[in-house]
Design a protein around this ligand. Structure first.
Ligand SMILES: Cc1cc2nc3c(=O)[nH]c(=O)nc-3n(C[C@H](O)[C@H](O)[C@H](O)COP(=O)(O)OP(=O)(O)OC[C@H]3O[C@@H](n4cnc5c(N)ncnc54)[C@H](O)[C@@H]3O)c2cc1C
Length: 416
């Protein structure tokens, strides 16, 4: 006799990755249960910008209209200020022959976005249990994952069984750690982030802003409703300095840069400053017998290019069909099927991972970023291409070509 199952698939985490996975599974008729330790609406430390292509997935999930009704921000592109003061502006709608699902990216509070997206999964037929924290995985004698151990809001421990467990539980995924799949990046600089919201910041437009300096960078985005998201990302080495007073650190960072300080005169902070980090983790394989990872649980580099939400949603779209296939076959075929998921992730995200690494190195070594910004401020066509890649609608290969990289990083060294 087989064991009683609480669901065919248990998804741990109801953020964008978990909700998208559950949405596709439910639409395919799979009995899926999402567990989240939080009670929604819940906040998430994030710069809250979504690439234009994220709207395609939100539209497919039938939640885009509802998000639009909440009056979110809409970003026409990105403006990057290098440490030397050069500013490069790239727009999503440009003359490069590529077109995104939309000409603008969304910028929306995660308290709003995540609740709507998770509701979309519920509407599609997924069961969702909030305030249910997963503490461990249940495994059988052959170390195959057979379910999860969880603590309900009343403190009662429970074991829930499923044929598959999906780890969509974010940056510090319990599922990924219990599977032993987490790798901390050695090449990627480790950073921490401080995020808050302000009203009445001057000069905010429909361009998302990145202000890079020698000791980190600050992002500004209008998230609608008169609120501006302000996120500072600094190297791990500053952790001690941040200490207990995150607000003081964030405000000092702004005040010590005149071009930012003058724009924050009269600004009012509306949410507490929250911190997270370090990031930079990835998993060599995103599955193990009876389990798979998606979203930040599978990999997370750096928020600079702001694509985590798209990658989480798209990751759910990628994973679900492999799980559906695996559910319909014998366990012997699982390896072949889920290796396909690893390959699909590499095909889908491999180019972006390379671009992210290059951007990360440019931020870490301002000499390169200064040179690149000098070029991009004169070559808007190149800035538009880069922003289109970050916007998920231009293939990364376009900017990974030797010619593009030479023009961006090497040629400035030969100019005056
Ligand atoms: C500073 C910063 C700025 C960022 N800015 C951007 C940006 O502008 N644009 C962008 O696209 N991305 C950005 N990102 C990345 C983005 O936030 C993530 O990539 C995205 O949220 C990943 O979605 P997810 O569903 O994988 O994880 P999450 O959104 O983290 O969701 C995970 C869910 O799992 C739940 N959970 C966790 N542990 C457990 C457990 N043990 N049991 C049950 N439930 C659990 C949590 O409550 C949560 O609801 C930023 C990240 C950081 C840190």
């Amino acid at each position: 006799m087989g064991q009683h199952l609480d669901a065919e698939v248990i998804v741990v985490g109801g953020g964008p990755a978990g909700a998208a996975t559950a949405w596709v599974l439910a639409r395919e008729g799979v009995d899926v249960l999402v567990l989240d330790r939080a009670k929604f609406p819940r906040d998430k430390i994030c710069a809250e910008y979504l690439s234009p292509q994220a709207s395609r997935i939100l539209s497919d999930m039938n939640v885009l209209e509802e998000i639009e009704r909440t009056n979110p921000g809409h970003l026409a592109g990105m403006s990057i200020r290098a440490p030397n003061g050069h500013i490069a502006n790239g727009e999503f709608a440009a003359n490069h022959g590529f077109r995104g699902f939309r000409d603008k990216g969304l910028a929306v509070r995660r308290t709003i976005l995540d609740e709507i997206v998770l509701r979309g999964a519920r509407t599609a037929g997924a069961c969702v249990e909030e305030s249910m924290r997963v503490t461990d995985l249940a495994k059988n004698d052959s170390a195959r994952v057979t379910g999860v151990k969880a603590l309900a809001a009343d403190g009662q421990p429970r074991t829930l069984r499923a044929r598959y467990v999906v780890g969509a539980d974010g940056l510090r995924s319990v599922v990924a750690r219990r599977l032993g799949l987490v790798r901390t990046s050695r090449v990627w600089p480790r950073r921490i982030a401080l995020v808050s919201h302000y009203r009445k910041v001057q000069g905010v437009t429909d361009m998302g802003e990145m202000h890079v300096d020698h000791d980190g960078y600050l992002g500004i985005a209008d998230v609608g409703g008169g609120q501006v998201n302000v996120a500072v990302v600094v190297p791990m080495s500053r952790a001690r300095e941040i200490g207990d007073d995150k607000t003081e650190f964030l405000e000092r960072w702004i005040a010590s840069r005149p071009h930012l300080a003058e724009r924050f005169v009269g600004a009012v902070r509306t949410t507490p400053v929250r911190a997270t980090g370090p990031f930079a983790t990835s998993s060599r394989h995103a599955w193990s017998p009876g389990a798979a990872l998606v979203g930040d649980a599978a990999d997370f580099f750096d928020p600079f290019t702001g694509e985590g939400i798209y990658a989480a949603l798209r990751g759910g779209e990628l994973l679900a069909p492999y799980l559906v296939e695996a559910l319909g076959r014998s366990a012997k075929e699982e390896g072949r099927i889920l290796s396909g998921y690893d390959r699909a992730r590499k095909r889908e995200f491999g180019g972006k991972w390379k671009v992210e690494r290059i951007v990360g190195l440019a931020i870490a070594y301002p000499y390169f970023l200064n040179n690149a910004a000098k070029i991009l401020s004169r070559r808007k066509d190149m800035a538009d291409l880069l922003v289109g890649v970050a916007g998920d609608f231009i293939p990364p290969s376009v900017v990974l070509s030797p010619r593009f990289l030479f023009n961006l990083f090497i040629s400035p060294a030969f100019r005056t």
